[in-house]
Design a protein around this ligand. Structure first.
Ligand code: USQ
Length: 395
């Protein structure tokens, strides 16, 4: 299948491109390298050393024996998207090219507006270019479990049946996101659903949980093919940050009480799920389907303990210290989302969480000096009330 990956230089995109060519798909991609700039703005760098794109592409060709057809372009430029689609004629478009950080979107009005413009305009351009060039293609759109928030009831996959004043309907499940970033994903979901309904496009909207880990099998042992790995306060997700903290002897930091519960999945399973979704596209024109994508749910304290146990096994001496929570979110709540649709398509979790954390920790220990060099960026100071002040340790 001809698969176009928007955001191919990123954490997920670079790993997915390699996995897809290893399964015989033809892959093209686009990126504007903004992720590299945002992480630098946070005073950090990828913990795994990342090559320049020209060198990445050379290593890709050498190891995988095929080209990754790459265009440097911004999804917010409609002509670029149109030309890329016209040239490649994709059968599937995987859209990963968004600003993915909740804290970054909460810095101030400029970052909130940028996040909205970047994410919403990019997705609209993809939808309009699909309509013009490849209306039969399948759009695999990366959304987030955070779209739903943490309601005090079970969470279905996108839609639920509801009865109100004697009438029944199947409606989108309410979205109650936690950040300006998560809100952009909600707005995208509406736009994608609208395009399916009105223009007969096909899409799978993936509500993905928090992804962690460094590796997929297709990378082999070649360090030139590693994907990026961020650990700063904005672009590092919880487990990745906890592993980095343990690796350099900093306390592992659940925010607040640490009862915040989320769905998690390793990078290799995230890539497996995208592949299943794209190899099993929606059958009908106009179909809009929603998959919840995660392996298991854990509280942040449970995660901290898991990372701490692995770090101890590796001879480190980790501590867990709670930090004053810079975010506004429920620190104790019910959380029970469905996640059956990908299992029905054949999703089988690979490694258990401990094994995956161990692989990650070993990769981080090799690059310890790179984390130490940007240590300051690990301490959160972006607050949901718009002020900037470092969080204090609370126990
Ligand atoms: N947290 C800590 N300590 C830390 C970092 C985070 O306790 O050092 C807590 C946060 O307060 C939050 C939870 O861990 O309650 C998850 O935070 P996170 O930074 O791992 O993830 P989040 O900001 O929710 O965003 C990440 C990705 C985003 C994706 C989302 C999926 O950056 O792109 O959409 O995970 S989900 O969380 O399911 O919405």
């Amino acid at each position: 299948m001809r698969v176009f990956i928007a955001g191919v230089d990123g954490y997920l995109g670079w790993a997915l491109a390699q996995h897809l060519v290893s399964r015989g798909h033809e892959v093209a991609g686009l990126d504007n390298y903004m992720r590299r700039d945002w992480v630098a703005e946070m005073g950090s760098q990828s913990t795994t050393p990342i090559l320049k794109m020209t060198e990445r592409l050379e290593a890709f060709r050498e190891v995988h024996g095929t080209n990754l057809q790459f265009t440097r372009a911004d999804l917010c430029n409609y002509e670029s998207v149109l030309n890329a689609f016209k040239h490649f004629q994709p059968e599937c478009i995987v859209h990963l090219a968004e600003m993915p950080s909740a804290p970054y979107s909460m810095i101030d009005v400029h970052h909130a507006v940028f996040t909205h413009q970047n994410n919403l305009v990019g997705t609209l351009n993809v939808l309009y270019a699909m309509r013009e060039v490849c209306p039969e293609a399948h759009l695999l759109k990366l959304g987030t479990m955070g779209e739903y928030g943490t309601p005090n009831m079970d969470i279905p996959e996108g839609f639920f049946e509801i009865e109100f004043r004697g009438k029944k309907d199947t409606l989108p499940f309410p979205r109650q996101p936690f950040s300006m970033y998560h809100l952009t994903k909600v707005h995208d979901s509406h736009n994608v659903q609208f395009a399916c309904k009105n223009w007969d496009l096909k899409s799978t909207d993936i509500m993905q949980g928090v992804v962690f880990g460094t590796r997929v099998d297709a990378m082999g042992d070649d360090d030139r093919l590693m994907t990026r790995f961020d650990v700063d306060q904005a672009f590092g997700t919880a487990i990745n940050r906890f592993c980095a903290q343990a690796a350099i002897g900093l306390p592992i930091t659940p925010y607040g009480k640490g009862g915040q519960t989320r769905g998690f999945l390793p990078l290799r399973d995230s890539i497996q799920c995208f592949t299943l979704a794209l190899e099993n596209p929606p059958k009908k024109a106009g179909e809009y389907r929603v998959f919840n994508q995660f392996e298991e749910t854990y509280s942040i304290v449970q995660l901290a303990e898991k990372v701490s146990n692995v770090a101890t096994k590796l001879g480190l001496n980790p501590k867990i210290t709670h930090l004053e929570n810079p975010r506004m979110e429920k620190e104790e709540h019910y959380f029970n989302p469905d996640h059956q649709k990908l299992i029905d398509l054949g999703y089988q979790p690979t490694n258990d969480m401990k094994t995956e954390i161990e692989v990650t920790m070993k990769d981080l220990l090799k690059n310890k000096s790179r984390i130490e060099a940007r240590k300051e960026s690990l301490f959160p100071d972006i607050r949901w009330d718009g002020t900037r002040a470092k969080s204090e340790y609370i126990k």
